[in-house]
Design a protein around this ligand. Structure first.
Ligand SMILES: Nc1nc2c(ncn2[C@@H]2O[C@H](COP(=O)(O)OP(=O)(O)OP(=O)(O)O)[C@@H](O)[C@H]2O)c(=O)[nH]1
Length: 409
């Protein structure tokens, strides 16, 4: 990821922030600093059009005072204001949106402020009217505007202010007839405005840094929280051993699919699966081998039904269940047979099985169209009855439930 595109919302570790040489001066690491500057730049860009227009209107409004303050050159002053500076300010505002690099955008803003500020001593320098001396103080307002309203980056604010304050000092020194102490006092006034506005600019930056830190840390915490919630949701729906759906998830999905099938008058099939002679397996091979065997069986069972609405879950112990929405009796039986074959094909040796040399399972299939006289538990009971039949019939086989309507209510 290029630094220019770095996300402003990356996690900011605590050690990314140190206290700088100034009291409570938050210093970010280079990457965090860059992300922060990008976010500030985005904020500045969002309001630069309004700020630029407001600045241009304010600057233009001072044309009213040109007639009284510099009456001998007011026409040149208007020409400088309206034909040079305001178009340049508007152009600067416009191109800030087009410039790709952060440094170039900062420079465009700084140049607009410099041009605007420099125009004041230039106009005053053209005039030989005594008021021209006071006219120069307008530069102070422009420095305040640049440092506080535009809220330039501190470094830009520092150098543009320095250039303007030096320029002001030079033009003051060229004003004839002004006593040196008045000259110094005027310049000191401007310098004070620079210092005050730079302090304000610095503090605003510090506040924004703290707000940025709080935002990014909140964002990171929220992300961690939603990941934890997602994990929790997954864990609460998953069986820890086999990593297929657990009984709770099966019950939830059965109710959903039951309601859906009832609304759509569709068939709903259920296959109950029980591993044969599993007690013997455990006794012979040990519980850990029994666990490994159940995992392999779960993987095979899960691989057979392919539709997104199908669900294979661990029903409990060595029992599994497959919920098959919109599946006919014949299709459910075919799927159950495939699952049975899949388990047998695993060829997991089972020396103490009464059925086959390998691990096998028995399957009970039930299918119905839910209606108001039936409950989800009826479907489970029917599949269980079919499973009992499969066990009774010799295990390692698929048995079907009788028509559900014939079940005792
Ligand atoms: N290893 C292991 N065994 C389990 C787990 N859950 C249940 N079992 C075992 O599965 C066995 C089930 O035994 P039974 O209910 O008697 O049934 P069976 O031996 O499979 O006999 P039939 O079902 O009649 O073929 C018990 O020994 C349980 O301890 C499990 O998570 N891991």
């Amino acid at each position: 990821m290029s630094r220019e595109n770095a996300s402003p919302n990356n996690n900011v570790p605590a050690d990314d922030v140190t206290i700088g040489f100034w009291e409570r001066h938050e210093k970010f690491s280079p990457d965090t600093e860059h992300a922060y500057q990008l976010e500030m730049d985005r904020m500045r860009q969002q309001r630069i059009t309004k700020t630029g227009l407001a600045g241009a209107v304010l600057y233009g409004a001072f044309a009213i005072s040109d007639r009284s303050m510099v009456p001998d050159v007011y026409q040149q002053a208007w020409a400088i204001r309206f034909l040079l500076v305001i178009p340049l300010m508007l152009l600067g505002t416009f191109i800030v949106h087009r410039l790709k690099s952060l440094a170039a955008r900062d420079l465009a803003i700084a140049i607009s402020i410099l041009v605007c500020g420099a125009s004041v001593p230039v106009i005053a320098g053209l005039s030989s009217h005594p008021n021209a001396v006071h006219y120069q103080t307008g530069i102070t307002l422009i420095i305040l505007f640049g440092n506080i309203v535009v809220s330039q980056r501190f470094r830009s604010a520092l150098w543009t202010s320095a250039v303007l304050v030096v320029l002001y000092g030079i033009t003051l020194s060229n004003v004839p007839l002004m006593p040196p102490h008045v000259r110094f006092s005027n310049w000191l006034f401007c310098l004070s405005a620079v210092v005050i506005s730079l302090i304000a600019n610095f503090r605003m930056d510090q506040d924004q840094r703290r707000a940025y830190l709080a935002r990014t840390r909140d964002h990171a915490r929220n992300r961690e929280l939603s990941q934890a919630v997602e994990l929790l949701g997954k864990l609460s729906a998953e069986d820890a051993l086999t990593q297929i759906a657990n009984r709770r998830e099966f019950d939830r999905r059965l109710n959903i699919e039951w309601a859906r099938a009832r609304r759509g008058n569709c068939e709903l099939a259920l296959v109950l699966i029980d591993v044969d002679c599993f007690k013997n397996y455990n006794d012979h091979y040990g519980h850990p081998s029994g666990d490994a065997c159940l995992k392999k069986i779960a993987d095979v069972l899960r691989s057979v039904p392919k539709r997104s609405a199908d669900l294979v879950a661990r029903f409990g112990g060595e029992e599994f269940v497959a919920l098959l929405p919109s599946t006919s009796r014949d299709d459910a039986r075919i799927l159950a047979e495939k699952m049975r074959q899949g388990v047998a094909d695993l060829q997991i040796p089972h020396a103490t099985s009464r059925v086959a040399p390998g691990v096998t399972a028995s399957f009970g299939v039930a299918t119905l169209r839910p209606d108001e006289s039936l409950q989800p538990a009826d479907l489970v009971a029917a599949a269980d009855a079919a499973l009992y039949k499969a066990k009774e019939g010799g295990r390692n086989q698929v048995a079907e439930a009788a028509a559900i309507s014939t079940l005792p209510q």
